[in-house]
Write a protein that binds this ligand. Structure first.
Ligand SMILES: [Ca+2]
Length: 373
């Protein structure tokens, strides 16, 4: 992945330096580099595009019968653990084969709800905790389960211990991404659950990024005291990733316009439902990237590798790569447009490969991507 990131960083450097504003918007002033069906940037009209040697290749397409996979995390040995939204199963993928690890009890799928994000404890080698964000009969909640392995190497799941509950649920806008930050705390992206009063209410859990201890308590140092809320004014956050300097970025679905990539500040108000995008309104934080057409984006999972943010687009059916430079985001570049259908999650494997999960229902698959000069 070092190589992939370096190549893309090189390819995208000119794009980012061409971006003078604080907000990038694909398809407007600076046109994203178009890519061919093989994932290579097309020879474009600008010297920057012609100079770009990067190719993002599908190294392998894992047709292992996944059904609506939502999240992928990796054990230190490279085994992938994948959540399936509607079956509530956690699948393990190793050496190109998928086997069920277990089914998470208490999951009640419906609409966009079900078994959503997974996260491994940063000390999982010792404590074996697998965390999951899921929709239950009454709410969205976060539980942790012990990852077990029998003498023959078969994996299993212990009973879920609910560590945080009461996140509002609905047929749509359930959020669902969880991830441990570099500070060892557990971050969760929630959705407004179609309740428009939630995101601006700092004492409500909908439309937020939450920051929790591994035991589910509000993390020490949170911006609003003994409160799990880390940032607010969100609509539906399904992507969380940190850059090399430890800054948190988040992808967010807009309504019928203005999908967003945001740089997250503790205590920041990201505008919903007052505004979307980057209107430069006092007291509200503008998105760093705005996709005016949700048909081209609808970004879910997010990963940052060597200064490039990758996000999987559902409606947009493509992988967006956004070059980051400090607190600035450059012009997004699209890969694989329309080739693999809806894309749900993006995550870096321990060996540097970039995994992408589809969201097509027919059935689904994982793509393993590598960069090539
Ligand atoms: Ca916003």
């Amino acid at each position: 992945m070092k190589k992939l990131g370096a190549i893309l960083a090189l390819a995208l450097t000119l794009t980012i330096s061409a971006c003078t504003g604080s907000t990038s918007s694909p398809g407007t002033a600076a046109t994203p580099n178009p890519v061919s069906s093989s994932g290579s940037p097309n020879p474009g009209t600008s010297p920057a595009t012609r100079a770009a040697p990067a190719t993002l290749e599908v190294h392998e397409k894992l047709d292992v019968g996944l059904q609506l996979p939502w999240s992928v995390v990796f054990l230190p040995d490279g085994t992938a653990l994948v959540s399936e939204r509607d079956s509530a199963k956690v699948m393990a993928i190793k050496d190109g084969r998928a086997t069920p690890v277990g089914e998470v009890s208490g999951v009640v799928p419906g609409g966009e709800g079900g078994l959503l994000g997974l996260a491994l404890s940063p000390s999982s080698a010792a404590d074996r905790w697998l965390y999951a964000y899921f929709t239950s009969a009454s709410d969205n909640r976060i539980a942790r389960m012990e990852l077990r392995e029998d003498a023959a190497g078969a994996m299993g799941l212990g009973a879920p211990e609910v560590i945080f509950s009461g996140i509002p649920k609905a047929s749509t806008h359930n959020g669902g991404r969880i991830r441990f930050g570099p500070d060892g705390m557990l971050y969760a992206g929630t959705g407004d659950s179609q309740r428009r009063e939630q995101p601006q209410d700092k004492n409500a859990l909908g439309g937020k990024i939450l920051r929790l201890t591994p035991e589910g308590r509000p993390a020490p140092g949170n911006p609003f005291g003994d409160n799990p809320v880390y940032s607010y004014g969100h609509r539906n956050v399904q992507g969380l990733a940190w850059d090399a300097a430890g800054r948190l970025w988040a992808s967010e679905f807009g309504p019928d316009v203005d999908d967003e990539l945001n740089l997250i500040t503790p205590g920041g108000n990201y505008g919903w439902p007052l505004v979307t995008g980057a209107p430069n309104r006092s007291g509200l934080i503008d998105a760093k990237v705005v996709w005016p057409s949700t048909a081209e984006a609808s970004p879910s999972g997010l990963e940052i590798v060597d200064g490039v943010a990758y996000t999987g687009a559902l409606r947009g059916q493509r992988l967006w790569a956004v070059p980051l430079k400090d607190e600035t985001a450059g012009t997004p570049v699209a890969y694989f447009t329309g080739e693999y259908g809806r894309l749900r999650d993006v995550a870096r494997a321990p060996n540097g490969d970039l995994w992408v999960l589809s969201n097509n229902k027919n059935p689904d698959f994982a793509l393993i991507l590598r960069g090539k000069p």
